[in-house]
Design a protein around this ligand. Structure first.
Ligand SMILES: *Cc1c(COP(=O)(O)O)cnc(C)c1O
Length: 840
């Protein structure tokens, strides 16, 4: 195990007493009657207490320091389970393992009991969580601001192979990690109207009278850095009715009317929207966005005014990062707060606002870009619409003076899309209101410059920068792959965990047969672990000696799970034709959720399960191919999946995946990648070397050329015998009990349109997979490549990403936390004798 905090026998005794104390006084249980959940809560609260002094010191230091605080605004934080992560980051795993053991408990079992808060869809929410970990580890003063959804991402099960969604009641067992701060509640208005008035000095003001008001209550979760004093804060907002539903003057006796108002208010944070990429213009979603953006800004403003009296230097003290356009309504909201509420002139308010915000773009898919109907936005947020239009008017004036006569440019860059129903383009609002815009991988940023944001790039050549995504090696290596972590630590020490470039020191070891043997044994153990879980959950038995070929990510046509399927069906056909075929045994593992309303994605899930059924039970296959769908892919399940992969499937159509982060997690855990030149795959291949990466498929320019030339997928189908056989097998009902209609929409889509060029890349993919299969037979060579992949993954630590954000965008530096408010030996807190600090 990694080097731990030093604890003596006395400290262990204290821990044991703390478990009993929490169990008795907090859970109201005795050891003989306590449930596993009781023990989980008791142990977690004991750990939480050990973080508390660091947490309070960090937050107090933020309120005192003049340095900038990073405020990371994100509608999603996919944090994953907290207990083990916090034990690792604080260096308390051994102490807790010993104390629980001596209490007669099993720490592993308690850790396994924790359900994760699924407050995100996938990559974007998980990125926010990795960044919080890295900001704390790099001792950056930072707050994550988001939404405390009562129901997070749905749980996925299957019924006859079809996805079924179950509601996620994550708060039911009790959440030991959060602190409710009722006294820091804020009010957020909706609807109503605006009025203009002139003051005694002749200045014109606008006054917004909302039609309804909702209370935002913050819940704070500590985010400890790895082995540092910094414990930052994730502050999530929950909506409540502003007052208890008593009978007020306006609806005397209207009991049900006032209850309904309460329900309306609380609906705002009821449920996470479970669609990953495509945009859905639902008014409740806009309510969610404005609710948390406004609450977060009011929180910052309160703090700033307590410290400095005014808001003149707001941008010097807060750097706000917009994680996609979901919180972009914060731009007009800060303008409103500065101008309408705090009396700033427009120009000064605009200077402050545009120096405060920076915006991260996450997608090139046009269907994913947020645009709100002007009418809808005006009804929900009438004052904000006025402000947006004024921002736009002034912006377009400057563009006109720079490019006189270019009305086409004006139409293209305007915040308002005037084609058809008038819409507010949130990406344009975010670009105009920010001092920096970033893409999330080198290729993605290039494509933003050339296409999506080309006009803005021409207007402000300095504004658009790249920060390639990263993932935290604490969760994605130390926590989820303890075997590999220990092996690496035994070879090169532990510093790589906070300085991932040092994994390079492993490179020479790739040539050592003994080291390779240990490396392979760990991978094998991880495969056994995954196979065991899969067998428990699906009944499907996998051979750990086979090649584990894994694709886990949201189910989406652009990610091309169906390309993977066509390969499997092709291998199946080959085996059927020639049962004696010498084939590298493979286990294909899928995982991922489909948006509940995304018909094609759900059909792909059904097809995967149906192919699995057919292949796994066909005696001709004789176990050489296995297909399994790991149900309910989430962070907790991911811990067991990434470390068990031999092959990582990163096969999106070139130009469609902004970055990907699953690709990084796989490679860090020793999987080799089969992938297209898309997103961060490009940089991963650059780092690990072309000879250690299985590249296939069209590049972005070839994709563009093919569309320009006219693409006819059917002609590819007709010309390729194996492809035809694979598609025909689906179409003929081989995987649907003879039903030729079930998968027809998928077949038709592929043959008639194939919007993601599955057929165009099919042969290249097959050829590349052939090489993979051959290479896997040379286990020594494969293992060498695996070690080299890991040793060259330093660039993809989220520590590097955060260091780049600090330097290129936020202008903040490391700020270690000194422990001023120490714990007493009796575990109380010393309160220093000095004036009260601003309250966080
Ligand atoms: C990393 C991660 C993702 C993102 O995966 P991609 O392959 O980059 O799409 C999605 N969901 C979970 C649970 C993850 O851990």
């Amino acid at each position: 195990m990694l080097k731990q905090m030093e604890v003596d026998g006395q400290a262990i005794e204290k821990l044991k007493r703390a478990f009993a104390y929490k169990l008795f006084f907090q859970q109201g249980s005795l050891p003989i009657s306590a449930s596993l959940n009781d023990y989980y809560l008791a142990v977690s609260c004991t750990l939480r207490d050990r973080m508390q002094a660091l947490f309070i010191n960090t937050v107090a230091a933020m309120a005192e320091k003049k340095s900038r605080i990073v405020c990371y605004l994100s509608a999603e934080f996919l944090m994953g389970p907290h207990l083990l992560n916090n034990l690792i980051n604080l260096g308390l795993y051994d102490a807790f393992a010993r104390a629980t053991r001596e209490t007669g408990l099993d720490l592993q079992q308690i850790i396994e009991h924790e359900e994760e808060p699924g407050l995100g869809n996938g990559g974007l929410g998980r990125l926010a969580a990795c960044y919080l970990d890295s900001m704390a580890t790099l001792e950056i003063p930072a707050i994550g601001y988001g939404i405390r959804y009562e129901f997070g991402m749905f749980d996925q099960t299957f019924e006859q192979g079809w996805q079924k969604e179950l509601s996620d009641r994550w708060l039911l067992p009790g959440n030991p990690w959060e602190f409710k701060k009722s006294d820091l509640a804020v009010e957020v208005g909706f609807g109503g109207q605006t009025a203009t008035f002139t003051d005694q000095e002749g200045r014109v003001h606008v006054c917004w009278t909302p039609g309804s008001v909702v209370k935002g209550i913050p819940y704070d979760t500590p985010v400890p850095g790895y082995r540092v004093n910094t414990v930052n804060m994730l502050r999530l907002w929950s909506a409540e009715a502003p007052k208890s539903f008593d009978f007020d003057d306006f609806n005397v006796g209207d009991y049900f009317g006032s209850v309904e108002e309460k329900i309306q208010a609380e609906n705002i944070t009821k449920v996470l929207y479970p669609n990953d990429q495509p945009f859905q213009g639902k008014v409740l979603r806009l309510r969610q966005q404005y609710f948390f953006a406004s609450a977060s800004l009011q929180d910052m403003i309160r703090l700033h005014r307590m410290q400095y009296g005014d808001l003149d230097g707001f941008h010097q003290h807060f750097a706000i990062q917009l994680n996609d356009t979901h919180p972009a309504i914060a731009v007009p909201e800060l303008m409103r707060l500065l101008v309408d509420v705090h009396g700033y002139a427009w120009d000064q308010a605009w200077a402050i606002t545009s120096m405060t915000f920076a915006y991260t773009n996450h997608t090139l898919l046009p269907e994913a870009l947020e645009t709100w109907s002007v009418d809808l936005l005006g009804q929900l947020l009438p004052r904000h619409l006025e402000i947006i239009l004024e921002i736009n008017r002034r912006f377009l004036d400057t563009v006109r003076s720079q490019y006189p006569g270019d009305e086409d440019l004006i139409r293209r860059v305007s915040i308002i899309d005037e084609n058809g129903e008038r819409c507010v383009r949130m990406a344009h609002l975010a670009c105009i209101g920010s001092h920096k815009i970033n893409g999330v991988a080198a290729l993605h940023t290039e494509l933003l410059k050339q296409h999506t944001l080309a006009d803005f790039h021409r207007l402000w050549p300095e504004k658009l920068v790249n920060v390639t995504n990263g993932v935290t090696p604490r969760r994605w290596m130390a926590l989820s792959n303890p075997g590999l972590t220990e092996l690496i630590a035994s070879a090169i020490g532990e510093q790589w965990l906070t300085d991932l470039d040092r994994l390079r020191e492993l490179e020479p070891l790739a040539n050592g047969p003994a080291f390779r043997e240990r490396w392979r044994a760990i991978k094998h153990d991880n495969k056994i672990r995954l196979a065991r879980i899969l067998r428990e959950r699906t009944g499907i038995v996998l051979d750990p000696a086979s090649l584990f070929d894994i694709q886990v990510k949201r189910i989406h046509e652009y990610k091309r799970q169906h390309l993977n399927l066509l390969h499997i069906i092709t291998l199946y056909n080959r085996l059927k034709r020639d049962p004696g075929l010498d084939l590298t045994p493979r286990s294909f593992i899928f995982g991922g959720k489909a948006a509940p309303g995304y018909f094609m994605a759900k059909l792909i899930i059904k097809l995967i399960n149906s192919v699995a059924e057919a292949v796994n039970n066909d005696p001709d296959v004789d176990g050489r191919l296995r297909v399994a769908f790991f149900p309910d892919f989430n962070v907790k399940n991911a811990h067991a999946i990434y470390p068990a992969a031999d092959l990582s499937e990163q096969i999106s159509t070139a130009g469609k995946e902004a970055s990907g982060t699953g690709n990084m997690k796989f490679a860090m855990n020793g999987a080799l990648t089969i992938g297209t030149l898309d997103g961060a795959n490009v940089e991963i291949r650059d780092q690990v070397g072309a000879e250690n990466f299985f590249l296939f498929g069209m590049r972005v320019d070839e994709v563009e050329a093919l569309w320009a030339a006219g693409y006819r997928p059917r002609s590819i189908y007709e010309a390729n015998e194996e492809l035809r056989a694979a598609i025909d097998l689906i179409a003929d009902g081989r995987f649907s009990g003879g039903d030729r209609h079930m998968f027809r929409p998928l077949i038709d889509s592929l043959l008639e349109h194939d919007p993601f060029l599955v057929l165009a890349d099919y042969q290249a993919y097959l050829d590349c997979q052939q090489q993979v299969g051959a290479m896997f037979r040379n286990q020594e060579q494969w293992c060498r490549m695996s070690i080299l992949n890991v040793s060259r993954m330093g660039l993809f630590s989220s520590d590097r990403s955060i260091a780049e954000y600090c330097e290129k965008i936020w202008q903040v530096r490391r700020s270690p936390v000194a422990l001023k408010w120490e714990r007493l030996p009796s575990q109380g807190i010393v309160f220093p004798k000095r004036p009260a600090a601003p309250r966080f």
